[in-house]
Structure formats: structure tokens, C-alpha cells
Design a protein around this ligand. Sequence first.
Ligand code: BGC
Length: 504
Amino acid sequence: MAGGVVIASSISKVYPGKMTLYVFVTCLVASSGGLIFGYDIGISGGITSMDTFLQKFFPKVYYKEKHTLSNNQYCEFNSQLLTTFTSSLYLAALVASFLASAVTRTFGRRISMLGGGIIFLGGAAINGGAKDVAMLIIGRILLGIGIGFANQSVPLYLSEMAPAKLRGMLNIAFQLMITIGNFIANLVNYSTNKIEGGWGWRLGLGLAAVPAIIITVGSLFLPDTPNSLIERGHNEQAMSMLRKIRGTDDIKAEYDDLVVASKDSQLVKHPWSTLLQRKYRPQLCMSLLIPSFQQLTGINVVMFYAPVLFKTLGFGNDASLMSAVISGLVNVIATFVSIITVDKVGRRVLFLQGGVQMVISQILVGTLIGIKFGTTGQGEIPKTYAIFVVVCICVFVSAFAWSWGPLGWLVPSEIFPLEIRSAAQSINVSVNMFFTFVVAQIFLSLLCHLKFGLFYFFAAWEVAMTVFIALFLPETKNIPIEEMGLVWKKHWFWSRYVNDDTDV
Ligand code: BGC
């Protein structure tokens, strides 16, 4: 399709540089910021399905769940209060990502990561020791603020540190950490659910301190990116940092380009209104649509509600938590597919292939559930049949894990020019959090109303987003980040907004 690989390679500048141990280690440490996000996503779903947690904090929900004799499988777990608890964090993250924008631009990416880690740590401590709902909510707000800061700064940090040829691979370390955090949370859910005395949920919430300590301590030792150092006037430091991370003294060309980008950036005093200028229309559209589409795949229905979903399919408590562990593992392993291929086959191929695979698997899941539960939500699913549904869910998760999951963070972080990078990334994070909130908030009632059609609903969105990518996303692999403006100029559609007279 127009705007594809051919264009990308024809405009690609090549700077000297290789994968150095230094850049590998710094990116690995920075990407651990993804652990806090992934861990939280996994823990929330698990503890809200634990009886002892519900009895203590949400007794009415617990009572209703136990005493409502519903035989409609689609509507069994429909509780607004509980979903509000889960999704409150995402609203906090949404607001925090705007604050993080100014911090990241003025004080550097590292300070935002450090701040995010410390605030998240505070949230984990309060949640682990929670005595009442108020403490629980305050804790969740702090967790949300921490996630807002980390998700705003880590992807930018990784994309700026990485050499262009390896940017995809190093950036996806962030998504890999999200999936690892999520998988560990599923294991913790599975084990803490078995703790006698019913305080297992406390351990699950408190253990969030571990990933928080990793990113907090890690970012104390991290250097800042050359782009950010130059932006803040530390040119000498930036030059020696470039030598160190590229493993060569031949950094003049790249350094000069960074200085030019920084000069342009300095002229911009109001990144938010600048972002609204016509020449930034492609970036603005991508920063709004990519995160919305990422959440409209329906991935977090599986991430938050896998145990509930599996219970609906007729698995017992233990088997449901175990199935969540399995889909979590598939998520981690499949992410490696994108790590290995993203800088070779490019972003578009992964987006398109993953999109098609998600559509097929969602339609299968919907149809299989529809055949057994129909529209009344009554019926029983035989074991082997239920296992087949879980397999289809895993096929869906794996497609997400090598397409929209990692690319939903990678692509926005590499397409914004320096002058609007921090602001546009905040839009990306806040839109992502907003839709995470919306999906978490409405999933259970959508399931109750749309029934198995809910899976077709997400499949329809996946068709739309795949067509969108085919038509509107230019290939960005291997292109130096401060040269990215050129891809729009050559694109069949975006060239009407960005042309040779436009300074990009
Ligand atoms: C998404 C999360 C999702 C996770 C699953 C991330 O890229 O932003 O919302 O839960 O992937 O692995």
C-alpha cells in the first residue's frame, strides 16, 4: 500500500553505530518501567475475583454475587462498583501523563521515570496495608500517577537511546516488561488465592512494591538521552553520551541533526498549541487513533477479566486462575516475535498480520460461545469445548502481543518531532488510559447486553484499525528519529498536510 516499506528505505539516513552493552543495559533498566503497569493490570483482575477481598471492602458486591441466583452466564458478574475500583487508576494515570509532559521536557526523561517509580511505591505500600476503601482508593490513585509518569517517559527514553536500526527491538522491551509484570501478577494471584486466612490479596497488592523499587533504583543510575540533554543545553554531555551509546567516535552527523532538532524545539514555547498546527496533523491523528485502537482490540477484557471469563466458561476457581496464567505466558512468549522481526519486516507487516489474526480469533470465540450459550446465556460448555475457546483466546492474545501491544507504544514514541514529542506522547498515554478505563468500565455490562456479540463488536473495530493502518501509516523502520518528518512528505495522503515547503 502507499506509504510502505519502499518509501521508508529510500529516505533512510544511516548513522554509524552498533548495539553496545551500555545501550542494551540502560534500555533494559529503563524498560522495567513497564513492569509496574503490567503487574497492576494482572493483579486488579485477580483480587477482585477473591472472596476475602470482596468481603472486606465490597461486602454488598460479595453478597449479591453469592445470593443472586442467576443462570444467565453473560450477566453474572455485572457490578459497577467493582469496575469503578479497577478503572479509577486509569483516570489518575490520564491526568498524571499531562503533568509528566512538562516534567519530561523540562527536567529530562529520567526524572519522570524516577518520580513515577517513587509515587507508585507509595501507592503499593498504602494498598498493601489498606484498612478501608478510602485507603484502597488513595493507593490506587498513587499507582495511577506512577503509571502515568512511567508510560509517558519510558517509551520516549527507549526510542531516543536506541540506534535507528534497533529502535523497534529496544523499544519493545517496554512491552515485554508489561507482559512479564502481567504474567507474574497472574502467578501471584494463583498462589495467594490459596493462602489460608484470606489475606492473600494483601500480599498481591503489596508486592507491587517490588517492580516499583526496580524502576526507582534503576532510574537513579540511568543517564539521560542525548536528545533531552541537548534540548536542555548540555551539549558536551550529550556528545559523550552519544559516543558511549553508539560505540563509536563517528557521531558528528547524528549529533548535528540532534542540535538542529533541538534548535527547532527551542523555538516552540507552547507545544500544545503547536501540536494543533496543520503540519502536525499526521502526528496528532496518530497520537489519538493508535492508543484508541489499541484498547478497542478488547485486549484488556482478557487481561482484567480472564479469570471471570474463564469462570463463565464453566471452569472452577483454580482452573480459571490457571488459564489466566497460561494466556499470560502466551503473551510474554509471543512478544519475542515482534522483538525479533520488527526492525526487519517493519511495523506495517506486523500490524496487518496481527490485525487479521485478531479478527479471525475474536469471531471464533464469539461464535463458539454463541453456539453454547445462545442469547439467553443459559447452557453448559463441555470441558474440551471450553479448552478450545481458551486456545482461541490465546491465539488472539499472541496476535496482539506481536502487533498492537508493542507497536501501540513504539510507533507514537518514534513519530513525534522533538518540539512536540513530550506533549504528543502525553496525548498518547492519556487516550490509552481513557479507553482502558472505558473498556474496563463497560465490559461487564456490554457482555450482559451484547452477549456473545461483544466479541464481534471488537472484531469489527479490528477490521477498521487494520484498514486504517493499511491506508494511513507509513513505514518507520530504520529511519532516524529526528528524520522522521520525511515519511509524511512522501505519503500519498499526509503529503497534503506536510510538503516540501513545510519545515519538518
Ligand atoms: C496495553 C495494555 C495491555 C497490555 C497487555 C499493553 O500494550 O497498553 O493495555 O494490558 O499491553 O499485554
